[in-house]
Design a protein around this ligand. Structure first.
Ligand code: PEP
Ligand code: MG
Length: 559
């Protein structure tokens, strides 16, 4: 740092230090307004110009979809499909025939569809972001401007954006994009989850101040402390990057299974979203899968897949770990992950709405068919490869009893996410029905702090270091011990190496994190005795807030 360096503070979500010039995600184009008209004899050529631009955009999106798998590919394919939509193209043509140039004709046609979708409400209303996205891409193409979104990255750079969409991040190259910084987002937003998957240092919720940073300016990003430093002393910055790389080298050397320095075992597992992610996880030191988010496989599926179709999807994940534990979570549709065939009604407040297990309460079919599909996919797996199934958003004893029965009838091992505070309060009633629980710290934090996990202005509350949340983890572990129920953590808290030590000190028996976080967590655990983890846990529980808790742990845990 120099005396004239400026520090911008955000929420660090992936640790690591990077020093490189800034690049920005290309902005959206200025939208034209009505006014100019085109001559009658130019209508055909103008529509031709539009068609060429729209085809180019669709082709680019489809080509990008081919280079990725899973949810990212689905998102890109669905967006490409909208650009080729006949109804939308017909409306553009009508507008051009009325004398409007192609760019304004595109804006007006899109607006008409946006209004229609908004009037329909629910899931249709949620597609309006995609509609605006294709409008912007086509307009940029018509004008010969850069496609909005990710620029071509040709050298090591720090990528800045308001926020990143799945379409933006689907093709990110982590060798060149050495850090991500967003104005918006929260610790559990899309950007954070993707950054963790790519293992790129990442800061979210850095605020408006980041817009003062011009492309090309060198910045020092520290993903652990959540700081972006401008005018950093180059020598110091490069030394920090070097020592962060040294740490990365130690982490790369680490070999499982995970245990503390004095040999206390903690099962270290991976979070995955599809077969591709599971295969990547299989190449890490993860002992199995601790969270397969099944809803991620169906985000753009409009009809409920048959039992056989679902089983084929689940089998891809199970096959990546033929001789290890896999924990499959039943559909957590709703809130920020709506699924067309599961979330029917429009809700004003979907995070508190019919999501997760609530979809199946009183309407068992969707859950029963999913459990049948999981049982079918798991057929033939040996005793060394147990298939555990857990319910998201469980809050009451009767739900635990009901879910466990449905699982056991199908030979599946039942468990539940602990992510609603009520489930912690009622843990002594809930756990006896189940064979395991896994704490979802992302939602447990959201609901404990009454703070939307997607809100950038509340990122200081949706911080898993909140002692209030950690006290609930401790209580869950206490009941887990009493009822002999294994207690895991599969929220983003488990991906933070120091917090993972705290969780171990609190009594958690397994940790499940993004594949890229597994080695960092394992290496950190290996450096501490269990008693030291417990000591840090006690200190952190007594901290007045999240920032103090994080600081305390940073001082007590080296590395
Ligand atoms: C959680 O809430 O911590 C969790 C793991 O589930 P999700 O992030 O998918 O809601
Ligand atoms: Mg959750």
């Amino acid at each position: 740092m120099t005396s004239d360096s400026t520090i911008i503070k955000g929420t660090g979500v992936v640790a690591g230090i990077a020093y490189a010039p800034a690049i920005w995600v290309h902005p959206r184009p200025e939208l034209p307004t009505a006014g100019t008209t085109i001559a009658d004899d130019a209508h055909d050529s103008e529509f031709e110009r539009f068609t060429t631009a729209a085809d180019a955009v669709a082709a680019r999106l489809s080509a990008r979809a081919e280079t990725v798998e899973g949810a990212a590919a689905e998102v890109l394919k669905a967006t490409a499909g909208m650009v080729t939509d006949r109804g939308w193209r017909r409306t553009v043509k009508k507008n051009i025939t009325a004398g409007h140039p192609a760019d304004y004709a595109t804006v007006a046609a899109t607006q008409k569809f946006v209004e229609m979708f908004e009037a329909a409400g629910g899931l249709m209303a949620e597609r309006t972001t995609d509609l605006r996205d294709i409008r912007d891409r086509v307009i940029a193409e018509l004008r010969g401007e850069d496609e909005p979104g990710l620029p071509d990255v040709t050298r090591e750079s720090v990528l800045f954006a308001d926020d990143l969409s799945p379409a933006d991040t689907a093709t990110l190259n982590p060798e060149l994009v050495v850090a991500l910084v967003t104005e918006l987002g929260g610790p559990t937003s899309h950007t954070a989850i993707i950054a963790r998957q790519l293992n790129v240092p990442c800061i979210v919720a850095a605020g408006r101040a980041v817009h003062e940073i011009p492309a090309g300016e060198y910045v020092l990003v520290d993903g652990a402390s959540g700081t972006v430093t401008l005018n950093a002393d180059e020598e110091t910055a490069r030394a920090s990057v070097a020592s962060s790389r040294e740490r990365a080298a130690i982490v790369a050397q680490w070999r499982g299974p995970a245990q503390t320095k004095d040999g206390h075992r903690v099962q270290l597992l991976a979070n995955v979203a599809d077969g591709n992610a599971a295969r990547i996880a299989a190449d890490t030191q993860a002992e199995g899968i601790g969270l397969y988010r099944t809803e991620m496989s169906f985000l753009s599926t409009s009809q409920e897949p048959s039992v056989e179709e679902q089983a084929a999807v689940y089998r891809k994940v199970l096959e990546a770990f033929p001789a290890s534990k896999v924990v499959i979570r039943t559909l957590d549709a709703g809130s920020d992950k709506p699924i067309a065939y599961a979330n029917m009604e429009h809700e004003d407040n979907p995070a508190l709405g019919v999501r997760g297990l609530r979809i199946a309460w009183g309407n068992e079919g969707i859950l029963v068919r999913q459990l049948d599909a999981i049982a079918l996919a798991a057929e033939g797996r040996g005793e060394d490869a147990p298939t555990w199934v857990m319910a998201p958003m469980l809050a009451r004893e009767r739900e635990a009893r009901w879910f466990a029965e449905l699982c056991r009838e199908r030979g599946l091992t039942p468990g539940a996410m602990i992510e609603v505070p009520a489930a912690v309060i009622m843990a002594d009633k809930i756990m006896p029905h189940l064979d395991f629980v896994s704490i979802g710290t992302n939602d447990l934090t959201q609901y404990t702090m009454a703070a939307d996990r997607l809100s950038p202005s509340l990122a200081y509350l949706t911080d898993p270091w909140q002692p209030a949340v950690l006290r609930l983890v401790k209580e869950t572990c206490r009941v887990g011990e009493l009822t002999e129920t294994p207690v895991g953590v599969c929220g983003e808290a488990a991906a933070d190496p120091k917090l993972a030590c705290v969780l171990t000190g609190l009594g958690v028996t397994s940790l499940s994190a993004a594949s890229t976080a597994v080695a960092g967590v394992g290496a950190q655990l290996a450096e501490l005795d269990l008693a030291a983890c417990q000591e840090v846990a006690r200190a952190v529980l007594d901290a007045p807030g999240a920032t103090a808790a994080r600081e305390i742990a940073r001082e007590m845990i080296l590395g």
